[in-house]
Design a protein around this ligand. Structure first.
Ligand code: SAH
Length: 261
């Protein structure tokens, strides 16, 4: 067995990409492992939703590369990001690829790892707290609850032009909490489809804006009101549908201090 030092030397020669989930907003929700790897990184390649407190953990000498993306406005195309990761690792660097939330939940982490695998680059994955878990916890909305919901689904509302349409009929089963990512713009469509496929128009829902941050806001209403609620919210926001959202009023514990950045 080579010593830990020799192993880390070996990794250094070959390069390594650590795919790290940064969590949903509150920097304290970063994992201990993610924290340590960011401090050790030679290169940090990061997205728009990663907080500046987390970026500040990187070593002063680390190279910081921003590849942020916004809906409908891609600053750096995905294949260019993939290439940056391969190139930096092949220079023998330890690269931390930092993404908001969890990299495997609507984060395209899988695609990036496929390119690394195809190029023989060593990688590891550090999970993060996904927005659905973080934002609902801070909003006092349990995703499941024995009296309300026995299952939960995470859905992307941002469907590619040539991608598959959401299977609405499968979503509208009772006792199912639905969490829509990237749904603000699509909320009129989400509302119409859920009602059309059989959910009662007065089914409760919530929008959690900038969840877990000091600017968190929670809007509650019914799915018939969703489009109006969405007009007041800004990105990033999650849409949560189901009777668990009524617990927000009882279990709300987090008081953001919106003066704080
Ligand atoms: N990989 C991320 C999701 C990236 S998709 C994760 O696991 O959380 C981006 C979407 O995530 C946003 O459009 C929004 O719907 C949701 N999101 C991310 N951070 C959020 C936050 N702090 N509050 C509410 N929604 C958030």
């Amino acid at each position: 067995m080579p010593s830990i030092q020799a192993q880390s030397e070996q990794k250094k020669q070959n390069g390594l990409v650590s795919l790290v989930g940064a969590g949903p907003g509150d920097a304290d929700l970063l994992t201990v492992k993610g924290h340590r790897l960011i401090q050790q990184a030679d290169v940090v390649v990061y997205d728009r939703l990663v907080s500046k407190e987390i970026l500040a953990l990187a070593n002063d000498s680390a190279e910081m590369i921003y590849v942020g993306k916004k809906l409908d406005f891609h600053f750096v195309p995905q294949d260019r990001i993939n290439q940056i990761l391969v190139d930096k690792a092949q220079e023998g660097k330890h690269v931390v690829r930092l993404k908001g939330g969890d990299s495997f939940i609507f984060g395209r982490g899988g695609e990036e790892l496929e390119t690394l695998a195809e190029n023989g680059v060593q990688f590891e994955v550090v999970p993060g707290i996904t927005a659905a878990a973080g934002a609902t916890s801070y909003a006092g909305i349990p995703l499941t609850h024995r009296d309300h919901a026995q299952s939960v689904q995470f859905i992307t509302a941002h469907v590619q032009k040539d991608g598959a349409e959401i299977e609405w009929d499968a979503l509208v089963r009772s006792n199912n909490t639905l969490v829509f990512y990237m749904g603000l713009k699509q909320s009129p469509h989400i509302s119409t489809q859920l009602i059309k496929y059989g959910l009662a128009a007065d089914t409760p829902c919530a929008i959690i804006e900038r969840g877990t941050t000091q600017k968190q806001k929670v809007f509650t209403g019914t799915i018939a009101e969703l489009a109006n609620m969405a007009e007041k919210a800004i990105s990033p926001s999650l849409i949560v549908v189901g009777s668990v959202t009524t617990l927000h009023h009882k279990l709300d514990w987090f008081t953001p201090n919106s003066n704080d950045e």
